[in-house]
Ligand binder design. Structure first.
Ligand code: CA
Length: 273
C-alpha cells in the first residue's frame, strides 16, 4: 500500500470517528440535519449581506480534492474563521441545498495529513511527467557505419538542406522488398523499411524497422522556418506518427512520437478509387 493510500485511510477513519461524535452531540440539541466535514479554508467572501467561506477537502472517493462553500450567518463565527487554516466544520443543509455553517473547530491533524498527501501528489505528478517526456523524445545521432543499401530498393528520395549549412542532405526511403523485371514491387507480408538522411560525411538512420502488412510514408515540411520530417507507419496493428527535427547544437535528430496508440486493431482504412 502506498503512503498516500495509507494516509488517506487514516484520515478517513479519524474523520469518521469525529463525525460520529459531533453528529451524536448535535442530534439531541437540534432537529436540523447536521453534517461534519474537514477542510482547508481557502476563501472568505461576502456576497451582498451574506458571508461565505470556501473550503478545499477530499471528495467522496477520497482521492480528488473538491471545493465547497458555506453560508456563515453568525457574526462571531465569521470572525473566528481564518483563511488558510484547517477546521472541522459543522453545517446544516438548507432546503435549497445550500450549506449553512453552524460551528468550527481547528483541525491540525487534518492539516498535517492533507499537506502530506498534497506533497506526495505533486511529487508523483512530476515523476509521471518526466517519464512521459522521456518516452516521447528520442535523440538520433549519426551512425558509425554507413548502411549497405546495395541489396535494398530505393522507393523515394529528396534533397533538402535540413541543417541550414547551405549544403543539401539526401533523405532516402528504402525497403528490403525487391522489384520484378517490370519494375513492379514484390511485397511480402512484411519487410524491413529504412529512412536515412545522408549528410556529406554522416548518415542518420531515422527508421530501421520490420513493418508487418503495412508501409512507411514520409513528408518533409517547414514550420516557422524549422524543417520537419514526418513519418506515418501504417499496418493492421500500427498507426504511428512521428516527427523528426534537427538539433543543430547537438548535431542530432530529435524524434517525437506524436501518435502511437496501444493494442491497436485497424478495422478499415480508406482507399481512393
Ligand atoms: Ca545541410
Amino acid at each position: 500500500m502506498s503512503n498516500k493510500s495509507r494516509n488517506i485511510i487514516i484520515l478517513i477513519i479519524i474523520l469518521a470517528i469525529i463525525c460520529a461524535f459531533f453528529v451524536l452531540k448535535n442530534v439531541d440539541e437540534n432537529k436540523k440535519e447536521i453534517k461534519i466535514i474537514s477542510g482547508l479554508v481557502v476563501g472568505k467572501n461576502q456576497s451582498g449581506e451574506i458571508n461565505f467561506v470556501t473550503i478545499e477537502t477530499f471528495g467522496e472517493d477520497g482521492n480528488e480534492l473538491e471545493k465547497l462553500s458555506f453560508e456563515v450567518l453568525d457574526e462571531n463565527l465569521w470572525n473566528t474563521i481564518k483563511k488558510n487554516k484547517y477546521y472541522f466544520l459543522t453545517y446544516s443543509v438548507k432546503e435549497s441545498g445550500s450549506f449553512v455553517l453552524e460551528d468550527v473547530q481547528e483541525n491540525d491533524t487534518f492539516g498535517k495529513i492533507y499537506e502530506k498527501v498534497l506533497h506526495e501528489e505533486e511529487e508523483s505528478v512530476g515523476k509521471e511527467e518526466q517519464i512521459e517526456k522521456r518516452e516521447k523524445f528520442t535523440a538520433i545521432f549519426p551512425s558509425t557505419d554507413r548502411l549497405d543499401t546495395s541489396d535494398l530498393t530505393l522507393l523515394d528520395s529528396v534533397k533538402v538542406d535540413i541543417d541550414n549549412d547551405n549544403k543539401e542532405e539526401i533523405i532516402e526511403l528504402y525497403t528490403t522488398a525487391q522489384r520484378d523485371k517490370d519494375g513492379e514491387m514484390m511485397w511480402d507480408d512484411g519487410q524491413k523499411w529504412f529512412l536515412l538522411v545522408h549528410d556529406e560525411d554522416k548518415e542518420y538512420i531515422l527508421f530501421d524497422e520490420y513493418v508487418q502488412i503495412g508501409t512507411l510514408e514520409f513528408w518533409v515540411f517547414t514550420s516557422k522556418n524549422d524543417y520537419h520530417i514526418l513519418t506515418l507507419q501504417t499496418g493492421s496493428a500500427v498507426l504511428k506518427l512521428s516527427d523528426y527535427t534537427y538539433d543543430i547544437e547537438r548535431e542530432s535528430f530529435v524524434k517525437k512520437d506524436i501518435f502511437n496508440p496501444e493494442f491497436l486493431n485497424v478495422i478499415h482504412g480508406s482507399t481512393i478509387r
